[in-house]
Ligand binder design. Sequence first.
Ligand code: DGY
Length: 323
Amino acid sequence: MSPNKPAVFVARRIFADIVERLREHAEVEETDSDEPLPPEALVRRLQGKAGLFATGTERIDAALLDACPQLRAVCLMTVGYNNVDLAACTARGVRVSNAPDVLTETTADFGFALMMAAARRISESERYLREGQWKQWHVDLLVGADLHGSTLGVLGMGRIGQAIARRGALGFGMSVLYHNRSRLAPEVEQPLGACWVSKEDLLRRSDHLVIVLPYSPEAHHLIGAAELALMKPSATLTNVARGGIVDDAALAEALQAGRLAAAGLDVFEGEPAVHPGLLACRNVVLTPHIASASIPTRRAMCDLAVDNLIAALTGGTMKTALN
Ligand code: DGY
């Protein structure tokens, strides 16, 4: 081990050239695994390491930090950081960063694609065709809902929410309603024609609701049976935020009962497991947490985490520090 370079652990298989760049500044140990390491294995690999490159799935809590006293920096390649106990890190002087901004537009593209796929029944149509059910063109064959001219509801109007609202307002002529803890500045609202409304109004008035808020204990099951009951039966719901914000069992029931027209889901409670009720629904588009998964964006996410790790371990300033 080099006496001059700090030791770091890269907890997932990432792009080889980005690891090479990290090696110029650190002694790198990496895993070739595409799965999160069990907590005990992660603690073992972190012994003697000052830095950790992680994703949104490794649990970084007080127990791990106490078992890895040499750890100084945890740099996530994801924007979501609900897997990290930030207070425990701060209390132990461990610096933490996430990777916002670089994935905003890619995630918004995907959120929009999911919303369109749900509204226009694209997955369902493809299954219908592949299963050989297509015998005739007919007037109401797989008819869906329009996006253009409809009302887009954005729950969580941060960077990604605003990027989705921009696509809806400027590209598709949608009216934009949003609910957020705080109202946006008029100069952000006006170009989008976006109106702040209460959560209940958002649920009642949206034709297409998109959930884009970060997960926190307060956001757990923010959308459950009571909230779904407020929505129009013709509405769609899309979630590209985090599993657990929506009560998946309640959503499956609403979809099956026709109390909601369709859903597009990239995230799930307890993923990679998916609620069997959702798997049984024909009117839901399901994808495996890939909203940010374009090649340039995944590279940018890794690059930003590596920049932060190098900065943290060489006395520099992390670009996107969380503490
Ligand atoms: C993120 O960056 O938080 C995405 O959801 C990938 O985990």
